[in-house]
Write a protein that binds this ligand. Structure first.
Ligand code: TNX
Length: 525
C-alpha cells in the first residue's frame, strides 16, 4: 500500500511538485487551524499526526451510542481518504496511530457539550463528559483535516493533523437556526442536509416553522384536512407539501443522532390562513377562507372565542408533543395584527397551559410577553426589545434572534438576489459583529438561553436559494453562540471564514461569496 502511494507520486511530476510546495505548509501549528466556531482554548505543540491505512477509531466500552459517534466520524473520513478506517471497541487506550473516543465525566468545566482533544504525533485522544461532547469534538477533528476531507470521492493525502490540545465548550446552551417550511416547502432530504450543516458548526437546535398562512406542513391525524387541503400550495402557487408523521419522526431521529433538538412551531393565533382554509369552523364567520400564495403577513386569526378552536389546538399540540422528544414546543404568537389585544392575551395564556399539560415547555415570539408568561416559557426576541425586556421582567429567559442582525432572510446588500430588507441589510460582518448579551441593558447573559438565526422563505424555494442566504452567515451565528465574546473579532474571523470557502465548496454548499472576505486564501494542506 505505502509502496503504491510512493510510485504514484514519483510518476506524477506535476502532482509531485504540488506536493513538495504543500509540504512547506505542513500543518504543525494547531493554533493556526481555521476552526469555526473558534475553540475556547488551543495549545499547539508543533508536530503532526498522520491518518494512515493503519488508523482506526477506538471507542471506550461497548456502548452503542459511542460506537455510533465513532461510525459517524469514520463515515465522514472514509470516502475522501479511502483509508478504510474502522470503529473498534476497547477498555484501555489503543496503541499508537489511532483515534480514541472516551467519556470521563469528571471535568465540570466542559459541561454537556464540551470536549478535550489531545493530538500528539502518536495518537488522537478525544474525551468528554457526555456523548454530545464527543460529537461536537469530532467536528473539530474534521475541521483540522484538509478541506478536501469533506469531498464525497477519493482525494489525495497526506491526512495530517497538527498536534496540541483543544479544550472547548459552548457559551450558550441553545445554538439554533430556523427553517420556514410553510412559505415554501422543503422536503425531508433538504432538512437533513441542513441538519448536517448545523452539526458541522456545533449548533444544537433546528426550529421548524411548520405552519403559516401559505401552508400547513405536518400531518395531524385528528384534523386530516390541514395537510390534505392546507398543505397543497405555497408562496407563488407551487405545489407545497407536508411531512407525514413518519417523515417528521425520521427528521427528529436524524437530528437526535447529531445531538440536535427539533423545536416544532405551530404559529397562532395569527399566521393561520392554511388552517382557516382547511376547516370552516375555525373561522369566526364559519366560512373557510381561500388558500393564500402571497407574501403579506398579519391578516389571519383563529377565532379566539370559539371552543372548537381550543379543541383543535389541543389535538394539534397533543399529536405534535407525542412526536417530539425535545422539551420545547413553539406556539408563534407573532404579528397577530387582526386579533384584538383583549383576545390575544387570554388566548396566549390558555394555549401556554395546554402546552404544559402535554408535558412541554413553551417557546413563542416576543409578542407573548404582552400576556402572562408561565414558568419556563421562553421569549424569542425578534423585533421589539421592549417585549423581550417585558419577558425578562416576568422572569423568563430570552432566545436572541434580532431581525436586524440574525435574520437569515435579510439581504446582504441592495444587490442580493434573494431575501427581504425590512430590518435592513445584513452583510456578513454585520451578522458577526454583535453580542447577544450587549443588545439591551436589561437582557444580560444570565437571562439568555441562546441564539437562533431564522430563515424565512418567502423569497427562496430551493436548497441552493436557501443556502445563498444561510451561508456564510450561519457560521458567524454558530460562533456567536459557542465562542466567548472576548475571543471574537471580525478581522481574525474573516480569515478563518475565508478558509471555510474551500470546505463549503467541498460540501457543495452554494454560499454567497461576500466581497468582504478574501475567498482566494487557500487551505494549504
Ligand atoms: C416577520 S419574524 C415574521 C415572519 C416573516 C418575516 C420575514 C416573525 C416572528 N414574523 O412571518 O416571514 O418577518 O422576514
Amino acid at each position: 500500500m505505502t509502496k503504491t502511494k510512493f510510485k504514484n507520486l514519483a510518476l506524477g511530476g506535476f502532482i509531485l511538485a504540488a506536493f513538495v510546495s504543500q509540504t512547506g505548509c505542513k500543518p504543525t501549528d494547531l493554533s493556526k487551524e481555521n476552526l469555526i466556531p473558534k475553540p475556547v482554548s488551543v495549545v499547539a505543540t508543533g508536530s503532526s499526526f498522520d491518518l494512515t491505512d493503519q488508523t482506526d477509531i477506538y471507542v471506550q466500552g461497548e456502548a452503542a451510542e459511542l460506537i455510533q459517534i465513532g461510525q459517524f466520524l469514520a463515515d465522514k473520513l472514509n470516502p475522501s481518504t479511502g483509508l478504510g478506517i474502522e470503529v473498534k471497541t476497547t477498555i484501555e487506550a489503543p496503541g499508537p496511530g489511532n483515534i480514541f473516543l472516551s467519556l470521563s465525566g469528571t471535568d465540570a468545566e466542559l459541561g454537556n457539550e464540551g470536549y478535550e482533544l489531545t493530538i500528539t504525533d502518536k495518537s488522537v485522544n478525544l474525551v468528554a463528559n457526555q456523548p454530545a461532547g464527543l460529537f461536537r469534538g469530532i467536528q473539530s477533528i474534521r475541521q483540522i483535516l484538509p478541506s478536501r476531507v469533506e469531498m464525497a470521492d477519493k482525494q489525495k493525502g497526506p491526512w495530517k493533523l497538527a498536534t496540541g490540545t483543544i479544550r472547548d465548550y459552548p457559551s450558550y446552551g441553545y445554538r439554533g437556526s430556523m427553517l420556514d417550511v410553510a412559505r415554501h416547502f422543503f422536503g425531508v432530504e433538504d432538512v437533513k442536509n441542513l441538519i448536517d450543516q448545523l452539526a458541522y458548526y456545533k449548533m444544537n437546535v433546528l426550529h421548524l416553522h411548520l405552519s403559516d398562512d401559505q401552508g400547513w406542513r405536518i400531518e395531524i391525524k385528528s384534523w386530516p384536512n390541514l395537510t390534505a387541503h392546507g398543505g397543497k400550495t405555497e408562496v407563488g402557487g407551487g405545489e407545497g407539501g407536508f411531512y407525514t408523521q413518519e417523515q417528521y419522526s425520521d427528521i427528529v431521529k436524524y437530528a437526535q443522532d447529531r445531538y440536535i433538538t427539533i423545536v416544532p412551531e405551530i404559529d397562532m393565533p395569527g399566521h393561520t390562513n392554511a388552517a382557516l382554509a382547511s376547516y370552516a369552523e375555525l373561522n369566526c364567520s364559519g366560512k373557510a377562507t381561500e388558500l393564500y400564495t402571497g407574501r403579506e403577513v398579519g391578516f389571519s386569526t383563529l377565532c379566539t372565542n370559539k371552543e372548537v378552536t381550543y379543541k383543535f389546538i389541543d389535538d394539534v399540540i397533543r399529536e405534535l408533543a407525542a412526536l417530539t422528544p425535545g422539551e420545547y414546543l413553539h406556539i408563534g404568537g407573532d404579528e397577530s395584527h387582526v386579533t384584538k389585544i383583549e383576545d390575544y392575551i387570554p388566548f396566549m395564556n390558555r394555549v401556554q397551559d395546554m402546552v404544559i399539560a402535554h408535558g412541554k415547555k413553551v417557546f413563542a415570539w416576543d409578542e407573548i410577553a404582552l400576556a402572562t408568561l408561565k414558568p419556563n416559557t421562553v421569549v424569542q426576541y425578534w423585533a421589539k426589545a421592549e417585549n423581550a425586556v417585558k419577558g425578562v421582567e416576568q422572569g423568563a429567559k430570552v432566545l436572541i434572534s434580532p431581525a436586524k442582525y440574525a435574520y437569515l432572510d435579510m439581504q446582504y446588500d441592495s444587490t442580493s438576489t434573494y431575501g427581504l430588507h425590512w430590518a435592513g441589510y445584513v452583510e456578513v460582518d454585520k451578522g458577526y459583529n454583535w453580542d447577544p448579551a450587549n443588545l439591551e441593558p436589561t437582557i444580560k447573559k444570565e437571562n439568555i438561553i441562546g441564539i437562533e438565526a431564522p430563515l424565512w422563505t418567502e423569497t427562496v424555494g430551493t436548497r441552493e436559494e436557501a443556502e445563498y442566504l444561510i451561508f456564510p452567515r450561519l457560521l458567524g451565528y454558530a460562533e456567536i453562540g459557542w465562542t466567548p465574546t472576548e475571543l471574537r473579532s471580525w478581522d481574525e474571523y474573516k480569515i478563518r471564514l475565508a478558509n471555510h470557502g474551500e470546505r463549503m465548496k467541498a460540501m457543495k454548499i452554494s454560499f454567497y461569496p461576500s466581497k468582504l472576505v478574501n475567498w482566494d486564501a487557500k487551505d494549504k494542506k
